[in-house]
Every structure is written in structure tokens, then in C-alpha cells.
Write a protein that binds this ligand. Structure first.
Ligand code: ADP
Ligand code: MG
Length: 358
């Protein structure tokens, strides 16, 4: 079942020549109980879309639907939707307890219900011991938890989280990623999570919408997005990758055969929405290719070798021109076997290549 749907959303700020199209025909359908992430670089329209779902902003065109019903007429406080802002927006002069109770009091919940509910929420975020502390006397990670408890307290159907972890340092951010995921599955609330961090999106989400310049380019599971990127921006933004120009030989049974510039033909999966042409841009993830002494579908020269402990990155300049990077698992017994300046072959795994749209 669909919880929230954005249908054909256009958002224009300003008028005339200086007008800015912050969202350009955006459609997403977010399922109940889903951990759904909007991923994209700064300025691509993530916050604008979130503010529209919350009701703080109105679309220029299109509609927001909650369980299939247009909610244009519902003001923010009447939507069963809550938001955790990047800044947390806690009341500094109130205690942790009072901050969490505040929203429930505003909603006019009977005070007999408020006490137990606040206690339950503070347990959920592991903040029960600091209930009486003022929120200007707690750490960033703790403030984050309080903001979350406050947003969850009224039991919203949907929780919007706008880069909630970006203010935290690396280690705490990693911990909170796991915590957030746990809270989402324990409460069953639909989470719409915003981040510009691709690793965060891949590790936390059920599905991801990749955004760029006001458009949604691709929606899919982390696996879809990483291994079957639809276009160049998606492949490039998420993880490291190699692009090759190839000639399209033919398409059969949903698979393409492409001819690399080396003259060798390989099979490739095809991105959704691909329009057949003579040329194809293909993408190969670095861990789906191996550096070999002889053979391989491509050849080149080793430009750099970087050791990362778990794996080694081998940077290659192809004979046909252009870079290619191979990522190989390390073994304890031997090094990767290549040094700068070596001749090298590249062996692309049978299911590694994907033809991109455009
Ligand atoms: P993100 O959250 O992905 O970083 P935003 O949704 O905040 O991006 O912004 C998208 C674009 O819309 C940006 O170019 C931003 O400057 C512009 N924008 C956002 N809000 C307003 C506003 N109230 N008035 C004018 N431009 C805005
Ligand atoms: Mg933003």
C-alpha cells in the first residue's frame, strides 16, 4: 500500500526570467512501513519536496496524496506527518522530558496519557536517564535522539527526516544510522529520509530516489541503484565507477551485445528507458573487473596502485584512451601483483556491464 504519493510535482520559486524551477515534474510513491530515501547533491530539491509533503510549501503544479487522497487542503498540523529538522529545533530552556511532551500537549492529549507516552519514547531513543536535563546541556547526538522522540511521540503515520545525521561526527553518525533503522522497523512508521550521503542511503534504505537538479532520475532498492544505474549521473554519484564507450551490436532477450573499442564483444544489461542507438555508454563497477597479466577484454598500462587494507585499487590508462579502475580483494599471501608502469589486461565479469540511458 502507498502511504505518500507525490504526483507530477512542479515547484517554481519567483517569476519571469529569474524564476527557479526547484522541482520539475517529480513523481514518487512511498509505501507504508518503508524506509524511503531522497538522495542527491545539495540544491537538487530534497528539502523542497519534504516541505511540500509536510504542508509548509505548496506545489506550483501537481498533488501530494496521503493514502490516495489529495491533502492540499490540510494544514501541516492536521497532517499525520511529523518532521525532524536538520537543526533539531529543540526548546533550549525546556528539559528533555518537556520537549518530548510539548507536541502532545499542543495536540490536547489528556495529561494522563502524556506521561506514559513520553516515558515510552525516551526509552525508545535511550534517553530516559537524561529526562530532566535541559536540552542546552546535552550533546549533539543526544539532541538528535530527543528531536526524534519528540517527532515520534504523537505516533505520526509518516516521519520526514531532513539530513538528521549530518551534524554528527562520523562514529556517532554510524551508530545513529543503525538506531534509526531499528526505530523505523520497531515502530512501523513510514520514514522519508533525506541525505546527500550515498553510503548512508545505501546502508539504511528500503528504496532510494536519486535526485538531480529538481528531477528524480531513478527509484529503486539500494541494489538496483548501485548495480543497475539508469544513467550516468546515478552511476557517478553512487560509488566509484568506470564508463566505456561501445558500439551497440544488438539486443536480444532483454540483453545487449556491445563491441568495446578493443574490438571485443561483451554482453550487457540494459537500463530502463534506454533508447536504442548505434553508440552505447556502458558502466562497469571496479569490483566487477580483474587485472590480469594476459587476456582480458581491455588492455592498458598501470598508472597507480593504492592499497586500502581490505582491497587494492589499480588505476589503469586504457590503450584506447581514458581511465579504468579495478578494485581487487587483498589476500594475505600475495600482493595484487601489479606495479606502476606494468602492462595490464582487464577481465570484465560476465554480468558486470550495464548500458546506460542517454
Ligand atoms: P536540497 O534540500 O536538495 O539541498 P532545496 O530543496 O533546499 O535543495 O533547494 C532546491 C533549490 O530551490 C535551490 O536552488 C534553492 O536555492 C531553491 N530554493 C529553495 N527554497 C527557496 C525559496 N524559498 N525561495 C527561492 N528559492 C528557493
Ligand atoms: Mg536540504
Amino acid at each position: 500500500r502507498i502511504a505518500i504519493e507525490a504526483r507530477g510535482i512542479v515547484k517554481q520559486f519567483g517569476e519571469g526570467p529569474s524564476a527557479l524551477r526547484a522541482l520539475d515534474n517529480v513523481s514518487v510513491a512511498i509505501r507504508e512501513n518503508e524506509f524511503f530515501t531522497l538522495l542527491g547533491p545539495s540544491g537538487c530539491g530534497k528539502t523542497t519536496l519534504l516541505r511540500m509533503i509536510a504542508g509548509f510549501e505548496y506545489p506550483t503544479e501537481g498533488a501530494i496524496l496521503l493514502h490516495g487522497e489529495d491533502i492540499a487542503g490540510l494544514p501541516p498540523f492536521k497532517r499525520p506527518i511529523n518532521t525532524v529538522f536538520q537543526s533539531y529545533a529543540l526548546f533550549p530552556h525546556l528539559s528533555v522530558w518537556e520537549n518530548v511532551a510539548f507536541g502532545l500537549q499542543m495536540l490536547g492529549r489528556p495529561s494522563a496519557q502524556i506521561g506514559p507516552r513520553v516515558a515510552e519514547m525516551l526509552r525508545l531513543v535511550h534517553m530516559e536517564d537524561l529526562a530532566q536535563r535541559r536540552t542546552d546541556q546535552i550533546s549533539g547526538g543526544q539532541a538528535q535522539r530527543v528531536a526524534l522522540a519528540r517527532a515520534l511521540a504523537p505516533a505520526p503515520k509518516v516521519l520526514l527526516l531532513d539530513e538528521p545525521l549530518s551534524a554528527l561526527d562520523y562514529k556517532l553518525r554510524k551508530e545513529m544510522q543503525i538506531e534509526l533503522k531499528r526505530m523505523q522497523s520497531e515502530t512501523g512508521i513510514t520514514f522519508v529520509f533525506v541525505t546527500h550521503d550515498q553510503e548512508e542511503a545505501l546502508t539504511m534504505s528500503d528504496r532510494i530516489a536519486v535526485m538531480s537538479k529538481g528531477k528524480v532520475l531513478q527509484i529503486g532498492s539500494p541494489w538496483d541503484i548501485y548495480d543497475k544505474p539508469a544513467e550516468r549521473f546515478v552511476a557517478d554519484f553512487i560509488g566509484e565507477t568506470n564508463f566505456l564507450t561501445a558500439a551497440m551490436v544488438g539486443i536480444e532477450g532483454g540483453m545487449a551485445r556491445v563491441r568495446l573499442r578493443s574490438g571485443i564483444e561483451i554482453p550487457a544489461t540494459i537500463a530502463e528507458g534506454y533508447t536504442p542507438g548505434a553508440q552505447a555508454t556502458i558502466v562497469v563497477r571496479p569490483e566487477h573487473a580483474r587485472a590480469v597479466k594476459t587476456g582480458g577484454q581491455l588492455a592498458g598500462k598501470v598508472e597507480n596502485v593504492v592499497y586500502f587494507g581490505t582491497d587494492t585499487h589499480i588505476y589503469i590508462v586504457l590503450d584506447e584512451g581514458g581511465p579504468f579502475m579495478v578494485r581487487q580483494q587483498n589476500s594475505r599471501s600475495q600482493s595484487c601483483g601489479f606495479e606502476v608502469g606494468d602492462r595490464v589486461g582487464i577481465d570484465i565479469a560476465a554480468d558486470a556491464a550495464q548500458v546506460l540511458r542517454d
